[in-house]
Design a binder for this molecule. Sequence first.
Ligand SMILES: [Zn+2]
Length: 487
Amino acid sequence: MKRLFVLLVLSALVFLAGCAERPSVLVVSVDSLRWDEMSRSEQGETVSPTLDQLAASSLVFDRAISAAPWTTPSMMSVMTGLPSLAHGVEEHDRALAPSVGTLAERFEEAGYRTAAFVPAVTLRREYGFDRGFEVYDFEGYGHHRISSPELISKVQHRVERWQDEPFFIWVHLWDPHYNYRPQAPWDQAFRRGKQPENEDVQCLKWVEDPVAPAEAEYLRGVYRSEIRFTDEWMARLLETLEQLELRDETIIAVFADHGESFLEHGYLGHTNRVDDTNVRVPLLLHWPGHLPSERIERPVSLTGIGRTLLRLAGLDAEGFGASEPLPLAAAEAAGPLTEPGPMSRTVRRGCFVSLTGDEYKYVLDFRSCTERLYDQGTDPYEQKDLTAERPEVVREMRGDLVTELDRIDALGVPKGTMPAEVVEEAQAALRSLGYVAGGGDGGGDGGRHVECFRGRRPTGRDAFGDAVVDPPCREEALRACLAALGS
Ligand SMILES: [Zn+2]
């Protein structure tokens, strides 16, 4: 009996020692942060000094691609390790199927304390984002309120409380999301271009060429002041980790859920297209003494973050998601890709899917069934379509897309729907925040939106009350289009 007691005490001690050695994990997603805002100075002011400094001692992924050009499907891919087509949460009335496991659940099962601090309606718990989080602190902020100070102070408080236990904390910093609000003291620092009469990007994003180039420059300046402001709050969060002596035992992952466009392709904002301005994002992993300060040039998908964090924390990643973990050193990522590169997709307004390869990016518009091909080395802003010049590459990447779709089909991941009453309630919340477009059907602020749609009258509303102008994407059109284009 006595021996059993000693054994129990010993195994408890071993268990506790094991716990103490486990690293904590801090996931910071910054909304709408473009990859090319990192390491950038404008008018003598650095746009993201804290993130740049952190990147200098991090593993940095130069070509990280988000699974989708808007928050909900992109973050769901990060949290499940699945492409958006697989988890299916690609519209507001979808939810993660109950049987699909999440990253937070993995950490929770391993004895981690888990908390999320999310300010965006697009991260409502009902999508399934709250699964595995002991604390899911959700509040819809809307464009009229800044979010970083409040969120960061909540995270600081939580980290202090849990400093002696391993934690998995996710914070989503929403400020750079449109509509932009110039943030003091940087409200003048990035001022440029010409102030447009209408700064409502939420509405303008549905219009082709909605503003003049100088006006887009102005909007980008305001967007930059939001990034600079967010970066400042990120600095305060890192200081807290430093003060608590947690920097060395915390794995920090920083990335953006998607990018943002400023007329590079004739539109503003994000959501409806998969151009690199929308899907290429910063990504860095920081863990001093464990991860090298190197840059990875190979394209990687944000869907690989989950398995990577599990692997780094020494947890079992078996059965989590269906994405390769990220390479953890430049040497691991040498040589060409051996499988189809990162896929991005959107079915909101636009029906687009893309594959990012080593050299080229392939884009398929499966509403019009047209393809585009870009050389990523010489044309990072995707201005010159090479489909006519490189038909063999188009054919090869089209084949890669079919392979990827077959792989996703074979996963057989179940898809869930959002209960009707939740959709209704969320719709009301979104409308009160001014998050969704009105509709242009004569009521409320419809006039403003008719102007945004330039006379194209919306034909209806989607599940969240957002005005519908274009017909919805037909899922079967993707396969039909690939079949028609041939192999
Ligand atoms: Zn977002």
